[in-house]
Design a protein around this ligand. Structure first.
Ligand SMILES: C[S@@+](CC[C@H](N)C(=O)[O-])C[C@H]1O[C@@H](n2cnc3c(N)ncnc32)[C@H](O)[C@@H]1O
Length: 364
């Protein structure tokens, strides 16, 4: 178990040491951001970057590229020239080559997952940021469908949007699972409750890891349907209890009798007050020995500013597309909620997977 103690909490974003020339550069990227995004997206989606990549040291002229894609010579020219300024391409004489940033955009898995999530889920609603903040609701979600929050709509998403949403969600949580399993099963729990179990991925891992464990999944009815299907397909029918419910409804209580409660990338789906309410519901059903685990990505506990950036931007997805009132939290804000719900943190494991922190709580 990697238990990197957080050494840099508070050291990200506590100074402004960028060179002025780089600040000028970054500010232009912001000023032209909608075009930077659209041109980059087209360079990827039209296969232009891929063609240039495949040309390797040969490179390609604009005319050669235009001869191989479904776009006019003019269209290819403005996109490839924009690609130079954005830093996706570089040019020698009249031949274009893939630059490092272009290579990462095409081939780095995290970048691809983020990019496709932005393209297929978020971009259409990004312009609704201000309205979403003002109305405390995900106004951008209307670009996909009419639901009060994304969670009611997820199981009915258009296939490509659903795939990109799931890839985004799973990319970050999947790599946590192998690290988290021995931690959770150290106390030999007989019953584990997965709140916000989604498609059942974590539950399946637990069922495979411990042949005796019984699992419970709490989620909204649509997601419970997807989870049930996946779990039955894997042959684990009978070892899982399903609790289809909206956890925010006061009358819906959590089931009792679980030794471990696991909430992965779940509490970030809710507002400050809602998190306290959910944790209080956990408090009601937890016994003295119940181990409560929260697996979250806190932007202030990242080693690298790039990781923190992706989380801060993901907060805007929660505002515009998810529910209009949640975010990727600053751990210092979040720890107040834990305190107010009557828990204390007994163990903090930072640096889990790519960017996660696993908090272990017990009743105060
Ligand atoms: C971001 S996903 C996390 C999935 C999974 N635990 C993981 O780590 O990848 C959040 C889950 O919370 C569920 N959820 C959101 N709002 C809910 C609510 N009000 N009641 C119950 N479940 C909810 C969603 O349906 C979704 O499956």
């Amino acid at each position: 178990m990697q238990q990197t103690e957080q050494k840099n909490s508070g050291t990200l974003f506590d100074r402004d040491d960028i060179k002025v020339i780089d600040a000028l550069d970054r500010a232009q990227l912001i000023a032209f951001a909608p075009y930077v995004w659209e041109a980059s997206r087209l360079l990827v989606d039209q296969g232009i970057l891929k063609l240039v990549e495949e040309s390797r040291q040969e490179g390609m002229t604009i005319r050669e590229v235009a001869g191989q894609v479904d776009m006019s010579y003019y269209g290819v020219r403005i996109l490839m020239e924009a690609g130079l300024g954005i830093g996706l391409l570089y040019r020698k004489e009249d031949r274009y080559f893939l630059a490092k940033t272009g290579h990462i955009l095409l081939n780095n898995e995290m970048t691809r997952v983020n990019f496709e999530f932005m393209r297929d889920v978020c971009a259409g609603g990004a312009g609704a940021l201000e309205a979403s903040i003002r109305n405390s609701g995900p106004e951008g979600l209307k670009s996909i469908g009419e639901w009060p929050t994304i969670y009611q709509g997820l199981s009915q998403f258009p296939p490509r949007a659903l795939e990109s949403w799931l890839n985004f969600d799973h990319f970050y949580s999947d790599i946590v699972f192998p690290v988290a399993l021995p931690v959770i099963f150290e106390s030999r729990p007989a019953r584990v409750l997965d709140i916000g179990g989604n498609t059942g991925k974590w539950t399946l891992k637990c069922l495979e890891y411990d042949p005796d464990v019984e699992m419970g999944i709490v989620d909204l009815p649509g997601q419970i349907g997807m989870a049930r299907e996946n779990i039955n397909k894997a042959g684990f029918e009978g070892r899982v209890q399903y609790y289809p419910q909206d956890i925010l409804k006061e009358e819906n209580l959590l089931p009792e009798g679980y030794d471990v409660i696991w909430m992965s990338q779940f509490l970030d789906c809710f507002s400050d007050a809602e998190i306290i309410t959910i944790l209080k519901k956990c408090h009601e059903v937890a016994g003295e020995h119940t181990r409560i685990f929260i697996n979250e990505t806190f932007w202030d506990r990242q080693r690298f500013a790039t990781s923190a950036f992706t989380l801060q931007m993901t907060s805007l997805y929660f505002t515009t597309m998810a529910n209009g009132n949640s975010q990727m939290y600053d751990s210092r804000v979040f720890s107040d909620f834990i305190e107010q719900a009557g828990f204390e943190v007994v163990h903090t494991r930072d640096g889990v997977g790519l960017s996660h922190t696993i908090l272990e709580l017990k009743k105060k």
